[in-house]
Design a protein around this ligand. Structure first.
Ligand code: AMP
Ligand code: GLY
Length: 407
């Protein structure tokens, strides 16, 4: 049987390991106490047929390159392609050259120039760190003064350290957001079934941006025609432009899109599966995810991915204080009851560790994601919430409106 090493320790890697282990042996590094076959051994020291790198940070710092230098088969871009996520300024430059529809923008390192540019824009004002900031480096505000203060905080390094010392200021776009994840073999790409993510901390999209508080798939507004449009006019031109720059991009190309009155526009590219999008898209695979990732890594995808028509909804259970200062060390109850609930596909584990009595305790901001399955989104949503309702710890926070009233 094929052996696959998965790098990472969150809910996304739990979902990857669960679905890949349908037809392969899986090792997860470092994983966490709930993900089977987790090990602290470095991926560079494990022998396997395929290496799948989950998070953006090791991709940006070149783990895929190191493994490829050892002659390994790797799913995930090298440090060159990972700049699509590692530098917003680099990404914007590339997609403008490729003709991909995206928000107007300027790149700044100087406070005065950034403030002058802001004064030429209309609300909402959008400020982004150039570098990685764990999904938290984006400010969207209607207040010019708040935007100017943010510019000072970002550029001085006081808000996000080096990640904010260069910033991108963007035209504020309005409309529903969708995530379309494509699998690229360096020349061509296939889209996965779309997902929608809920980025804000509180119900009705209030509060700060987070890594994502829940998700669902499929997405009724993401019609087959829209997905084709995104493949043809966003994903393919990007892969072609990367090739022209000498970059052979084998991995996930995740387009975060806003559906504006003028059609879809690109908000961001990620170079990995989304979290928590993975926890709803991957369990819907009917064809072999392992084969798809093997083919992409070899540079020749031959099989179009097939998904169940069942819907999946995932609800993230987070700790008090997330995303700024998550409180940790609280004993978690009810994982087994949630897992055994009718219609619960899986409880995916992220920020979790074991205390001295080997009992699970909170160890990060996003702790668990409970995915429900149903023949409709509403059915999947009810199953996810019934399961999530069985999980308890002091200070648990979850949104109540994930996938509510989806049209
Ligand atoms: P990003 O990490 O670039 O996707 O940004 C995080 C979130 O900020 C997105 O999911 C949007 O909700 C919001 N956002 C980003 N860019 C824009 C924009 N140009 N206009 C309006 N909202 C945006
Ligand atoms: N859920 C958004 C992300 O993974 O970036």
């Amino acid at each position: 049987m094929t052996t696959v090493v998965i790098v990472g320790s969150g809910g996304r890697e739990h979902a990857l390991s669960d679905v890949i282990s349908r037809d392969a042996d899986v090792i997860v590094t470092p994983g966490n106490p709930v993900i089977p076959h987790s090990t602290p051994t470095s991926p560079l020291e494990i022998d396997a047929d395929l290496y799948v790198i989950g998070p953006e940070a090791p991709l940006v710092t070149g783990l895929a390159d190191q493994l490829r230098e050892q002659g390994k088969l790797v799913f995930g871009p090298g440090a060159d392609g990972a700049q699509l996520e590692g530098s917003k300024a680099w990404m914007k430059d590339l997609v403008m050259e490729a003709g991909v529809p995206t928000a107007d923008h300027g790149t700044f390192t100087d406070v005065k120039q950034a403030h002058s540019y802001l004064e030429t824009m209309a609300a909402p004002y959008v400020i982004k760190t150039d570098g990685l900031a764990a999904g938290k480096g984006v400010l969207v505000t209607d207040l010019l003064n708040d935007a100017k203060i943010a510019v000072n905080d970002y550029l001085s390094g006081s808000a996000f350290g080096g990640a904010g010392e260069k910033i991108v200021i963007e035209e504020g776009l309005v409309g529903p957001e969708i995530s379309i994840l494509a699998i690229s073999d360096g020349e061509k790409a296939f889209a996965l079934s779309p997902a929608q993510d809920f980025k804000r901390l509180h119900n009705n999209d209030f509060g700060p941006n987070t890594g994502g508080m829940g998700a669902y798939s499929p997405v009724p507004i993401a019609t087959p025609a829209l997905v084709d449009d995104v493949l043809k006019n966003f994903i393919q031109p990007t892969i072609t432009k990367l090739r022209q720059r000498g970059i052979d991009y084998r991995g996930v190309l995740y387009a975060g899109l806003m559906i504006t009155e003028d059609g879809p526009k690109l908000l961001e590219y990620n170079v990995r599966f989304g979290d928590p999008e993975a926890q709803v898209v991957l369990p819907r695979f009917e064809s072999s995810l392992t084969d798809l990732l093997l083919e992409a890594s070899r540079g020749d995808i031959r099989t179009t991915p097939v998904f169940t028509s069942d819907a999946m909804v995932t609800v993230v259970c987070a700790t008090e204080g997330y995303p700024t200062s998550p409180r940790v060390g609280d004993r978690i109850k009810g994982i087994e009851e949630a897992t055994n609930t009718n219609g619960v596909e899986k409880v995916y584990a992220a920020g979790i560790s074991l205390d001295e009595e080997q009992q699970p305790v909170t160890a990060g901001g996003r702790v668990l994601a409970v995915t429900g399955r149903g023949s409709t989104i509403e059915g999947a949503r009810q199953n996810a919430y019934t399961g999530a309702g069985k999980i308890h710890w002091e200070g648990l926070h979850k949104r109540q409106d994930i996938a509510e009233a989806v049209k």
